[in-house]
Design a protein around this ligand. Structure first.
Ligand code: 13P
Length: 257
């Protein structure tokens, strides 16, 4: 299976989110094979988007969550609250949260533990800066990010975990990592994960790529075995572009049948 996730970030309000969710559903019409499709509206649009995608195969994802269940944490949203509005997946440690909102590896780890405890499927985002890419130390950075995010984590046999490799230099820049660069890192991530979770079922761990994914580059990325899916930002809020990405994923799946 291939997964396509649309991270709408803080780009669309409630009305536009409803329209975008409807548009996303339309892109699935008449297709024999469709990817595992997940959309991430802002918190305030989750309930309305849920109504639109009810009875479809599309899943609802939050862009962030608190590491606490409840209490005096003004402005925060807990995983239990997300569950209440039909959220099944959550992005954790996006580089925008790490870079702009001071999320540390320790916070990422606490959020991940809480998400798993409350049966949300986490999508943990990792990725190196341009400096680390140029210096050549990026694999080390990635290994450290995974080790600290997953410290003390045990995955139940029914639980799934997504790791999204999103190199910071590729996010919102129009300059995606090329296929060979993504394969190198994904194979590395899979080796690191199999050391951490020996004997785990293959479908429990998925490694996605994110960073300037669009209709032009999605097919070349998705047809690779080590790329289990894509995490799409800018192109996911432009329905024609997102449609092209979904189409690319469907074509890859059809070719594999
Ligand atoms: P862009 O697709 O806009 O580069 O964003 C990627 C991203 O951050 C998805 O989480």
């Amino acid at each position: 299976m291939k997964t396509v996730i649309g991270n709408w970030k803080m780009n669309v309000g409630v009305r536009e989110s409803i329209a975008l969710a409807r548009g996303t559903l339309l892109t699935l019409r008449g297709r024999k094979v469709v990817p595992n499709l997940i959309i991430c509206p802002s918190f305030i649009a989750l309930s309305e988007v849920r109504k639109v995608i009810a009875r479809s195969s599309v899943s609802l994802c939050a862009q962030n969550m608190s590491w606490e269940d409840k209490g005096a944490f003004t402005g925060e949203i807990s995983s239990r609250m997300l569950d209440e509005v039909g959220v099944t997946h959550v992005l954790i440690g996006h580089s925008e949260r790490r870079g702009l909102f001071s999320e540390t590896d320790e916070i990422v780890n606490r959020k991940l533990k809480k998400a798993l405890e409350n049966n949300l499927t986490p999508i943990v985002c990792i990725g190196e800066s341009v400096e680390h890419r140029e210096e050549g130390g990026y694999l080390e950075i990635i290994k450290n990010q995974i080790a600290s995010a997953l410290g003390g984590i045990r995955l139940r046999s029914s639980a799934k975990l997504f790791i999204a490799y999103e190199p910071i230099w590729a996010i919102g820049t129009g300059k995606n990592a090329d296929v060979a660069q993504v394969i190198e890192v994904h194979e590395f991530i899979k080796t690191v994960l199999s050391d951490i979770f020996p004997g785990i079922k293959e479908d429990q761990l998925n490694v996605l790529y994110g960073g300037s994914v669009n209709g032009d580059n999605a097919y070349a990325l998705l047809r690779e075995k080590s790329i289990d899916g894509v995490l799409v930002g800018g192109a996911s809020v432009k329905i024609n572009q997102f449609k092209d990405v979904i189409e690319a994923a469907s074509e890859v799946l059809e070719a594999q049948e």
